[in-house]
Design a protein around this ligand. Structure first.
Ligand code: GLV
Ligand code: MN
Ligand code: MN
Length: 415
């Protein structure tokens, strides 16, 4: 099979996986849902058919191992995620998993003896849609899973503990799923860029230099509910109006720091909402990202103060819960250099990019050297049904990845 045929096969699997969704009208596969569980079974079957030692671990990661014949070999993890946002695109996550499987299958057909094991992982929760906290799958394999999260609840009141049980996982065995630190060789992830740079500059792939840090916060405004027809305007403590002011302040702050930071309120939940009820309690999510760790911290403090000021002026109160703090991560120079050589060998110019989107590489970066390849996507659209990738760009990424693995094997053999 040539690269174009392989890319077409990858594309048809991406479409096949996209058909497994919570909603028949779009792609939605959030952590632990029945569609998610079916998606995992499909990927498990593909891994088994490829002859990998495949299993689903306790946090719901689908894992397939291709062991090296060399004793005490280290492990290169190739991974991405198969959970999605709501009304998602088809490529964010699955591209890296399905391309990883293609890569391994063709390395096997070459009968190559790699001096390291390869473990392909389809991470279970990169998006953090259900429990607001991201990277559940990758924290488990790095041994950094925070068991305090097990009592967190989703919007239906189901705990993470119960969600794991429903998937067949054993919460007492999460630690046993970690790859020991001394076994890691490195980590490679292929992912769509999710931004417009490659599309605008007509470049198929890029090396990721680093990934922005990300803070996720839940802000809950407590006012006073009441009758929308009887309570005079100046006597109200409308939690939604306070949230609205806060949202605009977040946008202003983001605009003021446009080159260095982005800030988003992505969800607003009005408790017991009705057109004839004054909103008494409103919960928002806040997502702030930057490659500058100091600025991230400053943003969090500033926006917390803003929320307090708004509440003081309106005589409300607010709870401020930090759900997640992920530091910015730099990709490994040596692995990224090999990846850049792979791009050159495939006949393309090397482009470096920083990722504003979060990736499981952030968590893995705490225990192992990581590198990532970005693939151009249509107009940079992502987290949206119009997300799209050209078959030719998948073919380019296949070529680059094959060169990268061969180079890594060469370098590693010499050690
Ligand atoms: C995941 O796509 C994220 O960046 O939040
Ligand atoms: Mn992703
Ligand atoms: Mn995503």
């Amino acid at each position: 099979m040539d690269h174009a045929q392989r890319a077409n096969a990858v594309m048809s699997r991406i479409h096949e996986l996209a058909c497994i969704s919570e909603d028949p009208h779009c792609v939605t596969r959030t952590f632990g849902s029945s569609a998610f569980i079916s998606g995992c079974s499909k990927v498990l079957k593909w891994m088994q058919e490829a002859g990998l030692q495949a299993r689903i671990d306790n946090i719901g990661n689908v894992r397939g191992r291709w062991p090296s014949t060399q004793p005490n070999a280290r492990t290169l993890v190739i991974a991405s995620h198969i959970d999605t946002v709501k009304n998602a695109g088809k490529f964010d996550g699955p591209l890296g998993v399905i391309m990883g499987l293609d890569l391994i299958t063709h390395l096997q057909q070459e009968r190559i003896n790699l001096p390291f094991n390869i473990e392909l992982i389809a991470f279970s929760d990169e998006e953090g849609v259900r429990f607001h906290t991201t990277y559940l799958g990758s924290t488990a394999i790095t041994g950094k899973f925070n068991s305090a999260l097990l009592d967190k609840t989703d919007s239906a009141g189901i705990t993470l503990r119960n969600a794991i049980k429903t998937m067949g996982g054993d919460v007492d065995q999460l630690a046993a799923d970690a790859i020991p630190e001394d076994e890691w060789l490195g980590y490679y992830e292929i992912h769509i860029e999710q931004g417009p740079v490659l599309y605008e500059q007509h470049i198929p792939v890029a090396v990721v230099q680093g990934i922005a840090g990300q803070h996720r916060i839940r802000v809950r405004f407590h006012g006073m509910g009441g009758h929308a027809g009887t309570v005079p305007m100046e006597m109200r403590k409308d939690a939604l109006c306070a949230a609205a002011e806060f949202i605009l302040a977040v946008e202003r702050f983001g605009l003021e720091h446009n080159n260095d930071l982005v800030a988003t309120v992505g969800t607003v939940d009005v408790k017991d909402a009705a057109s004839n009820v004054i909103p008494g309690e409103v919960t928002c999510t806040l997502d702030v990202r930057s490659t500058d760790q100091v600025l991230l911290k400053k943003a969090r403090r500033y926006l917390k103060d803003i929320a307090s000021q708004i509440c003081a002026e309106r005589q409300l109160t607010a709870d401020w819960d930090i759900i997640q703090k992920a530091k910015p991560v730099e990709c490994d120079t040596a692995l990224s250099h090999l990846l850049a050589q792979g791009i050159t060998a495939a006949g393309y110019n090397v482009k470096n990019l920083v990722s504003g989107a979060g990736h499981d590489a952030v968590m893995v970066g705490a225990v192992a050297p990581v590198c990532m390849l970005f693939v151009r996507c249509y107009k940079g659209i992502s987290h949206h049904p119009e997300e799209n990738v050209e078959v030719a760009d998948i073919a380019a990424a296949i070529q680059v990845s094959a060169h990268f693995i061969h180079r890594l094997a060469e370098v590693y053999k010499k050690r």
